[in-house]
Write a new protein. Sequence first.
Length: 278
Amino acid sequence: MGMTAQQFEEGTSRRRRGNRRERLRRRVHLLPHLFTLGNLFAGFFSVSATLAGDYDRAAIAIGAGIVLDGLDGAVARLVSTSSPIGVQLDSLADVVTFGVAPALLALAWGAGGPDMAGSSHVQRLVWIAAFAFVSATALRLARFNVMTTEDTPVPPPRKDTFIGMPTPVSAAIVAVHVHLFKAPLGDWPLAVFWAAGLLVLTGLMVSRVPFPNVKRFLTNPRSPHLLMIGAALLIAAVYFYSEIVLYALVVAYLAWTASYNLRLRRVGHALSRGGAEE
């Protein structure tokens, strides 16, 4: 029995709609990659600004990379898409934006002041600390890739906790200091203290210290309307007082982390004490 003209047109129309849906699905799946490339662009821009001596703009570019990195994951969850190439591309972009860019900025800003020309040993110390920072970033991201691979026996991390300091946080700590104080460090004692701080960040990134996951708490708010109002106020505050507000946010997160670890330690002591009494 032959196909009528109406049936032929309906079949053609269904195929066209299916092709349009497939093209739209492919384009939507590219959205997370675009944000990842934007993150990579921010890191590259930060490096170029540091080489040009514009340290404040380099710090702002790192902040933009942090925002784009967060949007990358949010969009990927929104469109329910994830691919191996996306995971690897995200890690490579993070190495540039949260590893190379802040390390180079920390080196140039911490040891590039006009009064540091004769302090070769201090400059070398800051250089070593900056290289350790990059190495820790790469090792941390490699460990994250291993932990999220399906064929590995390593258990995945908890969704509400990071194991070790997240690379965006360590990059943010470097960026907010540069953005707040602007002028490069001129005294060698400050440069030594700066190098020590970079080494502390290096150790925290590869440590087993738990850090709370901000995204986990923002994606499941108790009051979404209150969260939106708070976000609007925060954007306005950052626009007018970015130096102080961003620095305060980083300090607040570190204080939260310290409180979180103290609470975990108390719970662990209580459980061990209860087990001993039994």
